[in-house]
Design a protein around this ligand. Structure first.
Ligand SMILES: C[S@@+](CC[C@H](N)C(=O)[O-])C[C@H]1O[C@@H](n2cnc3c(N)ncnc32)[C@H](O)[C@@H]1O
Length: 280
């Protein structure tokens, strides 16, 4: 089987499995299996796959047919230009979450040696991005669950992150809260309500429920973080959240009711209001 035949076969199989992004995925899978770059694939398309590569391709396509996430198959995924280990037990970093990292970095632009807190850190993608982009600052990452913590720990090491600390803790118990300590508190908390859980993609069903599901109609984490961590922000500090579809109004209102000012919203690549922020 040539690379060209493998690519066309993969596209067909992925499309038949109902995968929307089947062209992109087929290319990623061929790159992964052959170890070639996109440019090499174009020039070497008539080369044959080895038996090992063909077996690997078959196994990957079988996993995708049952909609096991591509990111878990590869074991790593990119966020804000860096690679992060991922696998069962941790949320896969989403491209939309880069808007939260961007909003945070934009705010920190004028701060020297900023202190930042990333609550509900998961793989560590947000906190590690902040720490790497601002090596003069210091970032604390808080995560409750061991599986996610172990990925975050590996990702800190993988990215040679020297200015970040990872804390096992629960945001409902105010882990890492400290009076007037932080310039910035960011969080992409679980925000899917039990009703919305019934409509998530087949891939999302393989991700940990503890990273997704939130009580109180999806609002419980926002309410707890605003209540438990407002005093940890310096005056003038920013609190910024990733939010679910059509939630930005509710979360802006919560921030205003808690005495925050200058609330703002940022849209994601699909024009959906994805980030809500406010100043203490
Ligand atoms: C939506 S995921 C976000 C992960 C990561 N920040 C990202 O953007 O990809 C939410 C994370 O919160 C963690 N979590 C759930 N309940 C928590 C709690 N009570 N305290 C701290 N972390 C919690 C989950 O394990 C999960 O890693």
């Amino acid at each position: 089987m040539t690379i060209f035949e493998a690519y066309n076969g993969a596209k067909k199989q992925l499309k038949a499995a109902g995968i929307e992004d089947y062209v992109f995925e087929a290319k990623q899978i061929i790159k992964h299996v052959t170890g070639l770059t996109s440019a090499q694939i174009l020039t070497d398309y008539n080369k044959s796959l080895s038996e090992f590569q063909q077996n690997n391709l078959t196994a990957i396509l079988r996993q995708r047919e049952i909609r096991y996430p591509l990111q878990y198959i590869f074991g790593e995924w990119e966020f804000y230009g860096r690679s992060f280990y991922v696998g069962p037990g941790v949320l896969i970093p989403r491209a939309d979450t880069e808007i939260l990292a961007e909003t945070a970095l934009e705010y920190l632009k004028d701060k020297e040696n900023p202190r930042a807190l990333d609550l509900c850190a998961g793989s560590g993608c947000i906190g590690i991005t902040l720490a790497k982009e601002r090596e003069d600052g210091r970032v604390t990452l808080v995560e409750k669950y061991d599986e996610a913590l172990s990925f975050a720990d590996k990702n800190l090491k993988r990215n040679y992150c020297k200015n970040a600390e990872l804390i096992k803790g629960d945001i409902f118990e105010s882990a890492a809260a400290k009076n007037n300590e932080y310039d910035l508190i960011v969080s992409n908390p679980p925000y899917i309500s039990p009703d919305e859980m019934k409509t998530v993609s087949p891939e999302t069903e393989f991700e940990p429920e503890s990273a997704l599901l939130a009580g109180d109609g999806g609002m419980e984490f926002y309410k707890a973080i605003i209540k438990n961590y407002k005093s940890s922000l310096k005056v003038g500090g920013m609190m910024a959240f990733e939010v679910g579809i059509n939630r930005y109004g509710q979360i802006s209102d919560l921030l205003k009711a808690a005495g925050f000012k200058d609330t703002g919203v940022k849209k994601d690549l699909n024009n959906i209001e994805r980030v809500v922020y406010a100043i203490k």
